[in-house]
Design a protein around this ligand. Structure first.
Ligand SMILES: Nc1ncnc2c1ncn2[C@@H]1O[C@H](COP(=O)(O)OP(=O)(O)O)[C@@H](O)[C@H]1O
Ligand SMILES: [Mg+2]
Length: 281
């Protein structure tokens, strides 16, 4: 479904973000996580997949086409993207308008459009906000709305950039339920995040990639489980379990996890970094 071969990419005047980078995702039957520290290129990767950026060199194919060569409407019919900052996607007067504008852009009939809007407002629990101005919504509501917009076209691939930032409590529950529903509908979900909680709470089959400056590491959920010998994925929801397992692994290589930890500002970064270190062994 997504084939990236020998990709080189840099922004004008920037260093290389991707150097000879490869990624193959061939089945929709997984949730794909792209993990990695800030600034490593997660957002850039999603934009490349969505055709919003053009590879400097190399090859990107998504659902059999080259997204940066297609016109925007064609791409939007099969790839939905919700950006890191939901407010940047919102510019109309009501929640309902934000959703239905997509139909006009994509040429979806009015009847179908109405059904789709109703369906999405319902599953995202935004129905009572349909006449509200998007800017008056809470951050969590804006986040859900931006994901609903990305789903208007019934895409085969949904790209989510840091979807859980500011998404707490009931919004997080709604979000997880929607992902489960999309998974059942065989939508390929690609999530760029540094939120490890999501990774452990989702409990759907997943592929885990860790982006680092040097390369890309791939974990299947089974491999990740290898860190936590013989425990069920459910047990992963405990941070402590993961940290214990990482500590054990790190000590095998005479690495001091505390030292490593103090070098990183957040627990998420620490864990991602630890996984990187372990993989490079
Ligand atoms: N439009 C841009 N022009 C130049 N450099 C950029 C641009 N957008 C992002 N970058 C740089 O590219 C790198 C990767 O950014 P990004 O993909 O946003 O990383 P992540 O999402 O993993 O935090 C960072 O060093 C960032 O500063
Ligand atoms: Mg980002």
């Amino acid at each position: 479904m997504i084939k990236i071969k020998n990709l080189w990419f840099r922004y004008r005047d920037s260093d290389w973000i991707f150097k000879d980078f490869n990624l193959y995702i061939d089945s929709p039957n997984r949730v794909v996580f792209i993990l990695g520290p800030n600034g490593v290129g997660k957002t850039t990767l999603l934009k490349l997949i969505a055709g919003l950026l053009k590879p400097t060199k190399g090859y990107i194919e998504v659902l059999g086409f080259k997204p940066h060569r297609m016109n925007r409407q064609c791409v939007a019919r099969s790839i939905g993207i919700a950006f890191q900052e939901p407010q940047l996607q919102l510019f109309l007067d009501t929640v309902e308008d934000e959703l239905s504008i997509t139909c006009r852009v994509l040429g979806i009939s009015e009847d179908e459009c109405r059904d789709r809007v109703d369906y999405l407002l319902n599953i995202f629990n935004l129905d009572n906000l349909r006449k509200r101005h998007p800017h008056t919504l809470s951050y969590g509501e804006k986040r859900l709305l931006s994901i609903a917009i990305a789903l208007m076209s019934k895409p085969k691939i949904l790209l989510l950039d840091e979807p859980t930032a500011g998404l707490d409590g009931k919004y997080f529950e709604i979000f997880k339920n929607v992902l489960r529903e999309l998974y059942r509908d065989r939508v390929l979900i690609v999530i760029a995040t540094h939120d490890m909680d999501l990774l452990f709470e989702l409990q759907l089959p997943m592929d885990i990639y860790v982006l680092s400056r040097k390369s890309l590491y791939r974990y299947s959920e089974k491999e990740l489980l290898g860190f936590i010998e013989n425990k069920e994925i459910a047990a992963l929801s405990q941070w402590t379990e993961l940290i214990k397992a990482l500590n054990t692994r790190l000590s095998l290589f005479n690495l001091n996890s505390l030292e490593l930890k103090s070098a990183y500002s957040s627990l998420d970064e620490f864990i991602v970094k630890s996984i990187e270190v372990l993989c490079s062994k």
